[in-house]
Design a protein around this ligand. Sequence first.
Ligand SMILES: *Cc1c(COP(=O)(O)O)cnc(C)c1O
Length: 439
Amino acid sequence: MKLYSTRNMNHIVDLKEAVMRGLPPDNGLYMPLNFPKLPDDFIKNIKNYTFQEISFEVCKTLFGDYIPESDLKEIVYNAIQFPAPVVPLDDEFSVLELFHGPSLAFKDFGARFMAQLMSYFNRGNEKELVILVATSGDTGGAVASGFLDVPGIKVVILYPNGGVSELQECQLTTLGSNISAIRVDGTFDDCQAMVKRAFLDKDLNESVRLTSANSINIARLIPQSFYYFEAYKQLPNDGKKNTFIVPSGNFGNLTAGFFAKLMGLPIDNFVAATNVNDVVPEYIETGEYKPRKSVRTLSNAMDVGNPSNFARLLYLFDPMFSDGDSSTWNIFKENLQGFSVSDTDTEDGVREVSQRFNYCIDPHGAVGYVAGKRIEDDSRKVVFETAHPSKFLSDMERILDSKVEVPQRLLVLKDKKKDFDSMGADSELLRSYLLSKFS
Ligand SMILES: *Cc1c(COP(=O)(O)O)cnc(C)c1O
C-alpha cells in the first residue's frame, strides 16, 4: 500500500512510514494512491462473514502484499473486539451502533487499530516508543484503552486539571500498566503547547522515542471503513436503497465510508450531518469553502470549524483537484448531501426518537436522525450512532426529563483508584519527566 501527500503527489511513502509519522513533512495528509476492489464474491456472500473476517478481508485487499497474512490477522483480530450492530427503528430508519467499545464512542475502532499497527511496525526496536497526547476528554480515553498493554509502547496523556469530566478522568487515570496520566494545572491549550514543544525538542527526541497518536493518522481511518461493510451485511436485501447518514466533525468517519465505496461496497447515498458548524454543508450548497472558528453545541465532538479531512475528500472525489476549480464542487455535490442541524432541532430529535421508537439516541446521533428526516425519498436511512448517550448524561437527562442508564463498564471505573502525576503548565517540567522516566 502506497500513500501520497495531498500537498505533493510526488511524495510517496509506504504504510509503515505513513503510520509512524502521522503527518507528511509538508503538512499535507497521507492518502492511499489507489483503492483495490474487493472480490465480487466477497460482497455477494458477505452475510457469511463475521465482523472480524470482513475487516481482515478489507485489510488483505488493501495491504495483504505488505504485511504477512498471519501477522495481519493478529492485528485485525486484536483491534476488532466489539460488535457494530444495526438496530432497525422502523421500515425507514435504522441505527448503526458504534459505541460498544471501551470509551463508548466510535473512535475506539481507530485508536485500537492504530495501536496494533504501531506496535507491529515498532517490533524489533530495542527502545520503547512513547506516545504523547494532550486531551480535552474523548481522544485521550480512546487512545489510552486502545494502547493498553500493547507491547513496546508507553502512553503519556496530559489533561487539564478541572477540564475533563469525572468519568473521563477515571478513563484516563485508572488503567495503569503502560498508560500514565499527567494532570496539568492549566488549560487544554497549555497541554497541547507542552506536547508540541516536546515534539520539537531535538535533544529530548534523541533520548526518548516520541510519537503522536494524531487523529488524522491514516491508521485511524482504515478501520472505520470496516463497519460500513458490517452495516451493509446486516441490512435486508429488499431492493430498497440505503442512505448512510454520518454525524460529522472532522469528516474522518465519512471519508472512511468513501474508502469502502471505492473498494466496491454498493452504498447508494451518503449524507453528512453537522451541527451549526456547517462549513461542509455550506460548501456543498454554495461551492465556497469558508473555514471559521467553531461554536459550542450540544453535539460537541462535532464542533469543528475547519474539518481536517475535507482535503482528503476533495482528492478522493477529484485527484486532479486544484484550488478554485468548480468541477471539483460538481463532483462533490453528486457524491455527498449535507445538512446542518441546530441545537433546538437536535433536542427535538432526541425526544422524538425516544417517543416514536422508544430508543435513546445521543445528541450526535440525533443530528443524524434530524438530517435523515429532511431527505425526501423512500430510501432506508441508516443513522450512525457515534457515541453512547450516557457520555452526555446531564444534557440527556435534561432533554428527556428522565434517567439515562450508564453502562456497567463505565460505572466500575468510579471505584478504581486514580493514579496520575501533577505538574504546572511548563514544558521544562514535562521534559524532565520524560527524560527521567524513559531515557
Ligand atoms: C469524533 C466524533 C464525531 C465526528 O467524527 P468525525 O470523524 O470527526 O467526523 C461524531 N460523533 C462523536 C461522538 C465523536 O466522538
